[in-house]
Design a binder for this molecule. Structure first.
Ligand SMILES: *Cc1c(COP(=O)(O)O)cnc(C)c1O
Length: 381
């Protein structure tokens, strides 16, 4: 971002080459026989949906997946022409927005279908929809044991065309749950059959998210829906025991030291005085806090990279500030760069590690980095 020097120096760097690399690497691994939906919901898991979609579009993904129609609209407004599926369906008032912007909704309730059919009829079009089947996730979707009744009712809507039938795995990341994943696959296959027996001809039959696509070759259908692996977040959401495509982290998070001070042994630091120096120390303040998505649960729990050394996070992380113990960092100065996520020299801190330290998954770490943190996109570096 050109104005970055006029801003607080706290930024994420998004490596678009690594994004493209990951897509090719995964496509190589999974195969060219299926189509690829790149899931760019939640602003591409915090990586910036528009910029990521532009790269992935040139790389040849066939679809984009978003959670909300609003997210699809943002892509359309920025010139993305590739088909877009709204994975989280739509709210009643958004039917026209979908039709006007060529956004395809997921549908799983008859009243939704009825509403959308009416809007399509008013415009004199036949609108594509994808039907979500709940085969065991228990979230949105027509329950697998209610598909027959659903399909019977769906027949009434002459202005809808079922372009896709899909489901979503609950535990594809865990090979100990293979029996359940296979049960989900069987329930899905039966559901597709029900559609076909009723005369529907869905072009897309898709089940797999990242762990499904990488870990379950029997779950590919004819399209896979990939989020995490494209962003290089494989470490904690793919099954541990399997062969995986090579992935590169796409996002890194940086800031600079704004204040350095000597703190004698025995003093306490930060809110609630949760850290006490056990030696004469040098403490650095960095301008990032939980408001930026650097979670409070990293308090006294983790490390960052400063001048090719790890420095521990000390005391409570507050809304805008974090403290580091830099006593052992040679020649540390105000304005030195700090890497909170990413690699620097031989050292690295992965989003997966931050996630493990704080009982979450890497997706929540990158999604959590908010808009107050500027984004710098790099390419051909
Ligand atoms: C988010 C999402 C995906 C992508 O999951 P990843 O684990 O990030 O690959 C796929 N399908 C649906 C329905 C989703 O909501």
């Amino acid at each position: 971002m050109s104005e970055i020097n006029a801003q607080r120096p706290t930024w994420t760097e998004i490596n678009l080459d690594s994004l493209a690399y990951n897509f090719r690497s995964v496509k190589n691994f999974v195969g060219a026989e299926v189509e690829y939906m790149a899931v760019v919901k939640a602003d591409a898991y915090g990586h910036g949906a528009v910029r990521c979609a532009r790269i992935l579009e040139t790389e040849g993904v066939e679809w984009f997946g978003v959670a909300l129609p609003e997210e699809g609209l943002e892509l359309r407004k920025n010139g993305i022409g590739t088909p877009i599926l709204c994975l989280g369906s739509f709210w009643r008032e958004q039917a026209n927005l979908l039709l006007q912007n060529n956004l395809t909704p997921v549908i799983y309730r008859i009243p939704q279908a009825e509403n959308y059919n009416r809007f399509a009829a008013e415009r004199n079009v036949v609108a594509d929809v994808h039907i979500k089947i709940d085969t065991g996730m228990g979230r949105i979707g027509v329950r697998f044991d209610e598909v027959k009744a659903f399909v019977r009712e769906l027949k009434r809507f002459k202005n809808l065309r079922v372009e896709g039938v899909m489901t979503h795995f609950a535990a594809a990341d865990n090979l100990a749950e293979n029996e359940f994943t296979n049960l989900q696959i069987r329930r899905f296959d039966e559901s597709v059959e029900t559609f076909e027996n009723a005369g529907f001809r869905p072009k897309y039959k898709d089940l797999a998210n990242s762990p499904g696509a990488i870990g379950h070759s029997n779950a590919l259908g004819n399209m896979v829906r990939l989020g995490g692996v494209l962003y290089g977040l494989g470490g904690d959401v793919l099954p541990k025991e399997i062969v995986k495509p090579e992935l590169k982290p796409v996002l890194s998070l940086h800031t600079r030291i704004v204040h350095l001070k000597k703190v004698p042994k025995g003093e306490t630091l930060g809110y609630s005085r949760t850290f006490r120096t056990d030696q004469d120390s040098i403490i650095a303040t960095i301008p990032i806090g939980y408001q930026d998505g650097f979670r409070r649960s990293h308090s006294n729990n983790g490390q960052v990279i400063v001048n090719n050394n790890y420095a521990p996070i000390v005391g409570r992380i507050s809304m805008d500030w974090t403290l580091l113990d830099v006593t052992d960092i040679p020649e540390v100065k105000v304005n030195d760069e700090v890497t909170l996520i990413g690699a620097s020299g031989k050292l690295k801190v992965l989003a997966e590690e931050l996630a493990e330290n704080t009982q979450t998954i890497s997706y929540e770490i990158t999604c959590g980095i908010n808009r107050r943190v500027s984004r710098k996109y790099v390419k051909g570096k």
